[in-house]
Design a binder for this molecule. Sequence first.
Ligand SMILES: [Zn+2]
Length: 291
Amino acid sequence: MPLRFLSPFLFILLLASAGLPENAPVPQEKPPATETEQGGKVATPQEKPDVKSEATPEVKPEKKPQAKNDEKAPAGEEIPADIKPETVQPQMKPAPEPVLTIKPEDEKEYATCLADLKAIGAVFKEEPRIDDGKGCGIDKPLTLSTVLPGITLKPEGKMRCETALELARWTKEAVLPAAKVALESEGELTTINQASSYICRLRNNAKTGKISEHARGNAIDIASFTFKNGKSIEIQPRDEDSTLAGAFQRAVTATGCLYFETVLDPGSDEAHENHLHFDVIERKGGYRYCR
Ligand SMILES: [Zn+2]
């Protein structure tokens, strides 16, 4: 009997003398240390499961769920992952719908735009909301008839205020200076001839694809400029045009990108061989597409 009690003690002594003091004392000191430092709450589950898991099965279901919850808690941010299959799918499905809705104008931005449009000298009329279905429409449309004092938009066109304002700014700050330099002999610019403003259609009049910015009131197509002497400068392929008219068209095309997010000219594709397409589409990061 005494040998049985002594044998484990001798074994520990042997381990300690063998240079393994850390391994041997730890299992003996752990229980008292954990129990006292952590109030026995943490220590007890470590010890209890060994003892009570077999004796009292009721303790198991209570503690295991807690332990699982505690483990999932940090991953609680991932908990939605469990919910995602139910919630995300319905969120993804209605996503295409907003594309077909008419974007409401911001009241303050619209009021500021109207004031700026009046201040620059444009003549326009506020129109009732347009909703032609399929995402076509304008929340607060304007009919623009005069771009700047003395410069008519022919024919008058429906568009958003922002489109009208950028058209007026571009005309005042880019077109008129270029015309004065290149085409002064033609007299003052009197008319901007547009080929398309608001119209419910897809891009490039295609039967399938994305809705045109024209269908949102964001776009205006410029076909030609008419001067006081009656002469018109038509938009046409002019990359190789060595005349002042060519220089004028290239200048107003390039400067268009300062005012509009999209500029398509006769050099872009066959669909734009006879006009400049300008639009104020919103792109993430202020990206502009001009070619
Ligand atoms: Zn266009």
